[in-house]
Design a binder for this molecule. Structure first.
Ligand code: CP
Ligand code: NVA
Length: 334
């Protein structure tokens, strides 16, 4: 029988179209079951470790709620309080946790760490975001577009507008390549995706029929697209000194109503992994506003709050898709 049992989930490049579609379909089934109150306990008795070297709202809550719904127990290891990466190597930590837990989630800086954890723990490891990749995010993004547009995955066209080296854009590109989709990266020359990421995506695209386009031209890049996607201009772990440079480079790439109109698609969706930088009434937001005079960054409030925006459905779908990844790789009944 077809299953993904005991597989790790480090990057979407490790999966083929059928496997990725299986996880997306499973997420839809689990969502329906939760709504109907018929959900089973596919992870009964499992112990799951959640390692977070960086902050999180959605990803942590998705793993915690998803695991609880399926009968598993989680242990949260936050940015401080454990020895990981300070007093103990990732390789040793992997062997310790592998002896106690059935599955491990890792969010941190280096993609290499998530690979080491998978290699030495002996249990499924799930990538909850690294500097390079964010594969669980993409399942939620694709599922959301599929639910709302009611189109087969391969027919959905995504344009990411912003920092072309962003971890979420990298992940979307690899996911689009696996699913045979069209994916545009609309970004300034200075922030085009690395050759390594592009080569990886194009090698997959050659097999699946996906089309990957990189362009600096916003109008051309968004025309005919189904989904316009944005992410923050400075990511977690990047230095605060980046703000000025990124604002200068990316201000013309802000997702405004004009950008949405330039798609020439009245049903175009707006997606964002969140958190989003718009009307940010926090200390950070106020500081940025004071320094650079901007209240909105990658997306205007108008677009974010418009009927095109599906960002909160997308956030909910993080939970259903992350649950599907855990059930597919760790569940007994699948
Ligand atoms: N989108 C996302 O990963 O959000 P968190 O950083 O809140 O987990
Ligand atoms: N690119 C962002 C995504 C957050 C979910 C970051 O890495 O901070």
């Amino acid at each position: 029988a077809f299953n993904l049992r005991n597989r790790s989930f480090l990057t979407l490049a490790d999966f083929n179209t059928r496997e990725m579609e299986y996880m997306l379909d499973l997420a839809e089934d689990l969502k329906k079951a939760k709504y109907a109150g018929t959900e089973g306990k596919n992870l009964e008795g499992k112990n799951i470790a959640l390692i977070f070297e960086k902050s999180s709202t959605r990803t942590r809550c998705s793993f915690e709620v998803g695991a609880k719904d399926e009968g598993a127990h989680v242990t949260y290891l936050g940015p401080s309080g454990s020895h990981i990466g300070h007093k103990e190597s990732v390789k040793d930590t992997a062997r310790v946790l592998g002896g106690m837990f059935d599955g491990i989630e890792y969010r941190g800086f280096s993609q290499r760490n998530v690979e080491i954890l998978a290699k030495y723990s002996g249990v499924p490891v799930w990538n909850g975001l690294t500097d390079e990749d964010h594969p669980t995010q993409v399942l939620a993004d694709f599922l959301t577009a599929h639910e709302v547009l009611k189109k087969p995955y391969k027919d959905i066209k995504f344009a990411f507008v912003g920092d072309g080296q962003d971890n979420v854009s990298n992940a979307l590109m690899l996911g689009a390549a696996v699913m045979g989709m069209e994916y545009h990266v609309v970004t300034p020359k200075e922030l085009e995706p690395t050759k390594e990421t592009l080569d990886k995506a194009n090698a997959i695209a050659a097999k699946t029929g996906a089309k990957i386009v990189v362009t600096n031209d916003i109008k051309e890049g968004v025309k005919g697209m189904d989904v316009i996607y944005a992410d923050v201009w400075v990511s977690m772990g990047e230095s605060d000194d980046m703000w000025e440079k990124r604002i200068n480079l990316l201000k013309p790439y802000q997702v405004t109503m004009d950008v949405m109109k330039a798609t020439e698609n009245p049903n175009v969706l707006f997606e964002h992994c969140l958190p989003a930088f718009h009307n940010l009434d926090t200390e950070v937001g106020k500081e940025i506003e004071k320094k650079f005079g901007l209240k909105e960054m990658e997306v205007t409030d108008e677009v974010f709050e418009s009927e095109h925006s599906v960002v909160f459905r997308e956030a909910e779908n993080r939970m259903h898709t992350i649950k599907a990844v855990m059930v597919a790789t760790l569940g007994e009944k699948n």
